[in-house]
Design a protein around this ligand. Structure first.
Ligand SMILES: O=P(O)(O)O[C@H]1O[C@H](CO)[C@@H](O)[C@H]1O
Length: 117
């Protein structure tokens, strides 16, 4: 499915944004502190979220085959001198901006899984 995701991304015009990497989970509900982000970077993490890992663990426990992907909605601010910080509004806004292309991407993946492409 990871290989097909690259094909699907090309079909919906987002191949240039597609990245594979290490996804870390933090408990939330707050966004990470700068110290936490710096630690995650040192550990080799590329992205961080709060829910996907729990969902994948539960799905695998239930015997499901899982393909997980994330829309990266915000940059992690890792500099104490920068005033900016991750915020929920930015995450929602990016999600809205990308919802149509995400729908197309998921449709491509579902069609592939269902053998209809
Ligand atoms: O980034 P993922 O793992 O989807 O999860 C997180 O995204 C939201 C934070 O903006 C939280 O509600 C949490 O579900």
């Amino acid at each position: 499915m990871r290989a097909y995701a690259k094909v699907a991304a090309k079909k919906v015009g987002v191949a240039s944004y597609l990245r594979e990497g290490v996804y870390a989970i933090m408990g939330g509900p707050n966004y990470e502190t700068i110290a936490e982000l710096r630690l995650l970077e040192k550990l080799g993490c590329d992205a961080v979220g709060m829910s996907t890992v729990h969902e994948v663990i539960t799905a695998v426990h239930c015997g499901m085959t899982v393909f997980a992907f994330s829309l990266i909605t915000n940059k992690c601010i890792m500099d104490y001198d920068v005033e900016d910080e991750a915020n929920h509004e930015e995450v929602i806004e990016t999600g809205k901006e990308r919802q149509d292309v995400l729908k197309d991407f998921v449709s491509q993946m579902v069609a592939h899984i269902g053998g209809k492409d």
